[in-house]
Design a protein around this ligand. Structure first.
Ligand SMILES: [Zn+2]
Length: 620
């Protein structure tokens, strides 16, 4: 048979240990069927195990040193400033942002497009801005909202709240049946008014004052999608869409609003290819949440509604294109398993420090449900897809409970490698998650600092000629200090149990290769499972007085990017098709091996510059 037709179901975060356990307990009949009729194995991610990065290694068969998608947050060259690592940006004359591709390697779908094969690539992280392919692409996680973040949720409320990751707008409580005015912030500081009128157990919401046709919500209701136009300082109009949910009415009023995402009609930031496709989806299937991030500071029930809603809307779009298109490669993606790992792990793992046995009764089975939802969806695909189509199901990494956080910058400070100033501005990065300046966070004294850390990946050294105030000479001094820090860091102990926190520390050239290795951190400390980098440190804050090993703050209770040893964070890989062996397992396949293997399966020559190899083991 010539050139297999390929369907890929990407299940973000599906963990190899949990998958094997659920399979052995017969909880996932369709995954079991797939394994019996094909190959099942552990998938080894690239470092750091962050979705858009690992999916880019999947798409290109290359490591981050060659594809250049290296972290959510990266260091600007010749600077200490941070930038989002998923794309580059330019500013238009009217002040709006144009997003350009940062990825420096060809993807599976670009290679297939060149061969005249039709592709449909839906919702995969790391695919914004969309690629111009022979077929259709809908971008996934990483699409910015109109405020250029990954999605800033807003709470309008009459009561004081401590939430950190959402924007809070205080409402004056003026009593029932009176309109309260607030605002919705859009691009470049442009604002529009929004009006709320509490009445009994509900609220009326409108973008106009005293609107008799306002949307009425009872507690727990989500509104329809609303559209609004924002006039930016240049005079241009930018369209956005959003939804409300009424969380609380009566004595207190609390309303959630989703981030303002670009309107699908002539979007300011196109997120589909062709560009008009976003309007076609909206016309035929309605609006959906395009931002696809794991929400932070919202209550469990709202979080779950958001997660299941995003699953369903993605599958509606998948069915639409499966029916409509002719294709050689079709890829669809769900974020659900990873979303619930992050937030619901504490109810599922009795050993977790934040385990709560009464809430576990309600939420303890949610993680299993997410796997079952993926299984049910897989069953639908197995039913409708022709028997000659090769089916691949894979994830980008697994997941594991966070028991404690590690303040890496605090450690560097205490060991004398990082110096702080007594006072001054702390640079707060707003682009990914919202992390306010933490108590005790001090500005870095760059002129006297030798090592610092931000992003998931690792530690940068302050090098002469590379950084503005570089202190360390390249060559012998560089290697000496790198080894010194690495040797000390692996000995760092958790004072509570005397165990070492880091599994090992590796140098960048031991793990990455290619033309962009010089842009990556100088070394990468790999944490043991159970620990994760504290979020303040992830964004480069230095909490000078914090304990180095601390409680992990925030709502996330599991993670996949410590970073960890990739062998400890294995994902899943299934493949079934006419040319694939049946009923066998493989010990491991690396993410970088997937693209070469699939190209080989499609009878297309594997480009010689891919890092991965064809996995011949899977072929019949
Ligand atoms: Zn995740």
């Amino acid at each position: 048979m010539k050139g297999a037709k390929l369907f890929i179901f990407a299940v973000d975060g599906a963990d190899s240990i949990l998958m094997s356990d659920l399979l052995s307990r017969n909880k996932l009949p369709n995954f079991k069927k797939l394994a019996q009729n094909g190959i099942y194995g552990r998938l080894i991610p690239t470092i750091p195990e962050v979705s858009p990065l690992v999916w880019t290694s999947f798409a290109t068969g290359k490591n981050p040193g060659r594809h250049r998608i290296m972290d959510m947050l990266i260091k600007k060259p010749k600077s200490y400033s941070k930038k989002i690592g998923l794309y580059d940006r330019k500013v238009n004359e009217d002040g709006t942002t144009v997003y350009t591709k940062r990825r420096a390697a060809k993807t599976l779908w670009e290679i297939l497009s060149e061969k005249g094969k039709k592709c449909a690539i839906l919702h995969l992280p790391g695919t914004f801005p969309p690629d111009e392919i022979n077929g259709v692409m809908v971008s996934g996680m990483g699409i910015p909202d109109l405020r250029e973040t990954f999605g800033l949720t807003t709470l309008y409320t009459t009561k004081k709240t401590e939430l950190r990751a959402v924007e809070i707008k205080m409402l004056s409580s003026s009593g029932p049946d009176r309109w309260i005015e607030s605002e919705i912030e859009g691009p470049l500081g442009a604002k529009i008014p929004v009006f709320f009128c509490p009445s009994g157990e509900g609220v009326a919401i409108s973008l106009k004052k005293n609107d008799s046709e306002a949307i009425r919500l009872s507690v727990g209701d989500w509104s329809e999608w609303m559209m609004a136009n924002f006039k930016i300082p240049s005079g241009h109009i930018i369209g956005g869409v959003f939804q409300f949910k009424l969380l609380e009415a009566g004595d207190n009023l609390t309303i959630l609003r989703t981030p303002v995402q670009p309107s699908p009609y002539d979007p300011v930031t196109p997120y589909t290819f062709p560009r008009e496709l976003s309007a076609e989806i909206a016309e035929n299937l309605g609006h959906y949440k395009i931002l696809d991030r794991t929400e932070d500071d919202i209550d469990n029930d709202t979080f779950l509604e958001d997660v299941w809603d995003r699953f369903e809307s993605k599958m509606r779009i998948t069915r639409y294109f499966l029916e409509k298109l002719d294709w050689s490669l079709f890829l669809t993606y769900v974020h659900t398993v990873d979303n619930v790992h992050h937030v619901m792990w504490r109810y599922f793992d009795p050993e977790h420090p934040k385990y709560d046995s009464s809430l576990a009764k309600k939420y303890g089975s949610v993680i299993e449900e997410a796997y079952q939802k993926a299984d049910k969806q897989l069953g639908e695909f197995l039913d409708i897809l022709d028997k000659n189509i090769t089916i691949v199901v894979l994830s980008d990494h697994g997941g594991s409970g966070i028991y404690k956080g590690v303040h890496l910058n605090t450690w560097l400070h205490r060991e004398g490698y990082l110096k702080t100033l007594p006072a001054g501005e702390v640079e707060i990065f707003k682009g990914v998650h919202r992390v306010p300046r933490a108590k005790g966070s001090m500005p870095i004294d760059w002129k006297n600092t030798r090592a610092f850390s931000y992003g998931f990946t690792g530690i940068y050294l302050n090098i002469k000629g590379r950084e503005p105030f570089g202190l360390i000479a390249p060559g012998r001094e560089y290697f000496k200090i790198r080894k010194e820090i690495a040797d000390k860091l692996v000995e760092l102990e958790d004072p509570e149990n005397g165990q070492r926190v880091y599994k090992k520390v590796i140098f960048r050239e031991q793990m990455w290769s290619g033309p962009f290795v010089n842009e990556l951190p100088d070394f990468v400390p790999l944490l043991k499972k159970g620990y994760a980098l504290a979020r303040e440190d992830l964004y480069g804050q230095v909490l000078v007085n914090a304990p180095i090993v601390d409680d992990f703050k925030g709502r996330w209770t599991a993670h996949h990017a410590g970073p960890y040893d990739p062998e400890d964070m294995a994902g899943i890989f299934f493949i079934k098709g006419p040319r694939v062996r049946k009923g066998e397992t493989i010990q491991r396949i690396r993410m970088i091996d997937i693209a070469p293997t699939l190209l080989h399966l499609m009878d297309i020559q594997v480009p010689s510059d891919m890092d991965g190899n064809v996995c011949y083991e899977i072929f019949a």
